[in-house]
Every structure is written in structure tokens, then in C-alpha cells.
Design a protein. Structure first.
Length: 284
């Protein structure tokens, strides 16, 4: 069951696509939208600026005042959106079946706040990483790899019905299994489900398991899709199939390379994060 849809909002990052996508899901699932604005800790920010530039011009008090102004602007946009949709700012009855949208503020780093709030949410909705906003990459990394919750990444253009045609990327891995488990409520609500897999050169008993049969036990009918010989990589094959099939969402595992230091995405994960034109539910 999905009842609490988390929308993490970072300063000066547009969030209109996040809240519209979340509201679409909220109507279908009788859930509510929980927008959490992440305001940087002014003391930590001032210390970081001083360490990098040796500047003393920006004090913690000045940073705090400026960040509150930015938050007020974002909050005003959110409230105008909420009013335009006739949404309450809290629960309207004890059944909690009527969607509503609430706003709150948390002070701290993007990673800390998303991990803290995300682990107590049912699904997280974020924009795809934007190279011009480092916070968006930090948000995706924290949500996908540190919350244990499904994260839906929203591209620049999105269908008003994310559950019209959902494609599952299946390779038998632990990550893909977790993504399916995290998405099972959405899959039950979807109008059409397809399973995409790539024929393997090896006899992999895991990837050959019948996912369609598993889904049937959950009351979910699915169709099978495969790649074509002209596809040069699994990532490009998956995205081509998504476009050709008019998919409205992909469900896939999020993969990383073994590493010490900055997070390095797996090749398919990286390709999808950089090139996907449809929403992607990703889980590690």
C-alpha cells in the first residue's frame, strides 16, 4: 500500500514536475503528497565557504536570511499549486482516503534529510539529476541507494497517467527483485504491464525464472518484450523499447560498481539516468 508520497525540494530547483506526478499517483492510490523543503544548515554552509574560498563576507546569519527568502518563494509556489487543485493541507477525514498535500521544512544536508524522511515514506518522487544542480544528483543517490524505498525519477515531459503502461526491466538480480517488490502496489494499479529482458549467452537460472508467473500470483497480467539485434547496449535497448511501446514508466534495479569514494553508477543505470525520456522507478 502506498499512502505517503515524499517530494524532497532543494533550493532553486524547479519542482513542478515532481508535485504534478505525485498528485497523479495520489489520486489513483488514495495517497497524500508530503513536500519537504531542504534548507541548508547556515553554519555548515558558512564553514564550507570559508574553507573553500577563505571568504568571511557570507556569515551564517546572512546565509540563513537569504535561504529563508528562497524557501518563502518556493512555499508560495507550492501553496498556489495546492489551491489551484483544491487540495487540503492535511487529512480531511479519519479514513485518509482523500488526497491532500502538505509542506514542511527540514534543515540539514540533502543526503541526511532524504534518508531520514525517505525511510518513513512509501515512495519518493524526484527529478532526474541535472548537471547544473549538484543537489539533484545528491538527492537521487541518497533516495535510490540509502532509503530502501522505491524512487520515481521524473523527466522534463511526463504523461498525466504514469500507470498506463509500465515496463519492468528484469534480469533476475537482487536489485531488480527489490524494485519489483517496491513497485508491487503500482503494478497492481497499472493498466498494462510488460516485462523486458535480454537473452543471456550464459545459462543463468535466475534470469530465466518466469517473472510473468510470479506476477500472476499477485493478480498482475504481463506481456514479454525483448531487445533487437541492432541495440548496442542493454541501456539503449531498454530505452528504445520504452519509446516504441509508449511506456509511461520503467521499473528497474539501481546498480553501482564496487567502490571506495564517490558513488559510481553501473553502466545501465548511468545510461538510463542520462538518457531516459520516461519516468523511472528505481530501487537498489
Amino acid at each position: 500500500m502506498i499512502r505517503n508520497i515524499l517530494i524532497p525540494i532543494s533550493p532553486k530547483v524547479e519542482f513542478d514536475r515532481q508535485i504534478e506526478a505525485a498528485l497523479s499517483l495520489a489520486y489513483q492510490l488514495e495517497a497524500h503528497v508530503n513536500a519537504v523543503y531542504i534548507r541548508p544548515d547556515p553554519i555548515a554552509t558558512a564553514a564550507a565557504i570559508f574553507e573553500l574560498a577563505g571568504s568571511t563576507e557570507l556569515t551564517a546569519d546572512r546565509i540563513d536570511r537569504d535561504s529563508r527568502v528562497v524557501e518563502a518563494d518556493a512555499h508560495a509556489i507550492f501553496e498556489a499549486w495546492r489551491a489551484s487543485h483544491g487540495l487540503a493541507c492535511g487529512a480531511v477525514n479519519q479514513s485518509l482516503r482523500s488526497p491532500f498535500a502538505c509542506w514542511s521544512e527540514q534543515v540539514g544536508s540533502v543526503e541526511t534529510i532524504i534518508i531520514r524522511c525517505g525511510r518513513l515514506s512509501d515512495v519518493i518522487v524526484l527529478n532526474f539529476p541535472d548537471p547544473s544542480h549538484v543537489a539533484t544528483k545528491q538527492a537521487v543517490e541518497a533516495a535510490v541507494f540509502s532509503t530502501g524505498r522505491p524512487t520515481i525519477l521524473i523527466p522534463k515531459a511526463v504523461s498525466n497517467n504514469l500507470l498506463r503502461h509500465v515496463i519492468i526491466a528484469w534480469n533476475g538480480s537482487l536489485e531488480a527483485t527489490r524494485a519489483i517488490a517496491g513497485a508491487i502496489t503500482l503494478l497492481r494499479a497499472a493498466e498494462r504491464i510488460s516485462v523486458f529482458s535480454v537473452p543471456s549467452d550464459t545459462d543463468d537460472c535466475f534470469s530465466n525464472l518466469n517473472l510473468g508467473a510470479f506476477l500472476t500470483w499477485h493478480g498482475i497480467e504481463s506481456h514479454h518484450l525483448t531487445s533487437q539485434p541492432e541495440d548496442k547496449s542493454i541501456g539503449s535497448a531498454l530505452l528504445r523499447v520504452a519509446v516504441d511501446s509508449n511506456a509511461t514508466m520503467l521499473v528497474m534495479g539501481g546498480y553501482t560498481h564496487g567502490h571506495v569514494g564517490p558513488l559510481q553508477f553501473g553502466s545501465v543505470t548511468s545510461h538510463v539516468l542520462h538518457h531516459a525520456k520516461v519516468p523511472v522507478l528505481m530501487m537498489h
